[in-house]
Design a protein around this ligand. Structure first.
Ligand code: PRP
Length: 181
């Protein structure tokens, strides 16, 4: 992938990502001992992270995919969530691990968590690659966060701008010239 001139700088390189995923995978393994959680990969941004995370974990998992987006503040109900791809399996009584690429305002994760809770899982945990706590509006925190970042325009390692840059192996900061044109 050739994006020279479009990336301002590398924020988190491949080595840092792999090392941190290894650490977080160990924490999840410890917390999930004896269990076989259902990993729910939230498309599209989480695909790359999820692929690396489940291979770094020793815990056996099953894998599901959802595609969701939020539309507005969602602190009072789960009605602000648009689900364009849902899981078909029954999660009642099951241990769930939601894998997200980034929590920004928190609207998406808050609404998703509320919606999944109505399906009565035994447990519901969230792991996120990136967290931008400065941007939080909806009250949600991840159980596992790989990296807390400043409010910067990040792309790569699954994250896009206009569907591009997901294929970068690192998390980078997009040049202003790309989105100000
Ligand atoms: C991104 C990201 C989260 C959400 C975070 O998804 O993957 O789901 O936005 O934002 P929030 O905390 O402000 O709700 P996006 O809708 O861009 O879809 P994508 O993963 O397919 O790129």
């Amino acid at each position: 992938m050739e994006y020279s001139g479009e990336i301002e700088r590398v924020l988190i390189d491949e080595k840092q990502i792999a090392q941190r995923i290894g650490e977080v995978a160990k924490q999840i393994d410890a917390d999930c001992a004896g269990k076989m959680p259902i990993v729910i990969c939230i498309l599209k941004g989480s695909l790359v992270f999820c692929a690396d995370l489940i291979r770094a974990m020793k815990t056996p998992v099953t894998l599901e995919f959802m595609k969701v987006s939020s539309y507005g503040a969602s602190t009072t109900s789960s009605g602000k969530l648009s689900v364009s791809l849902d899981i078909l399996s029954n999660i009642e009584g099951k241990d769930i691990l939601i894998v997200e690429d980034i929590i920004d305002s928190g609207h998406t994760m808050y609404a998703l968590k509320e919606m999944l809770k109505t399906r009565r899982p035994a447990s519901l945990r969230i792991v996120t690659l990136l967290d931008k706590p400065a941007r939080r509006v909806s009250p949600v925190t991840a159980d596992y966060t790989c990296f807390e970042i400043e409010d910067e325009f990040v792309i790569g390692y699954g994250l896009d701008y206009a569907e591009r840059y997901r294929d970068l192996p690192y998390v980078g900061i997009l040049s202003r010239s790309v989105y100000e044109n």
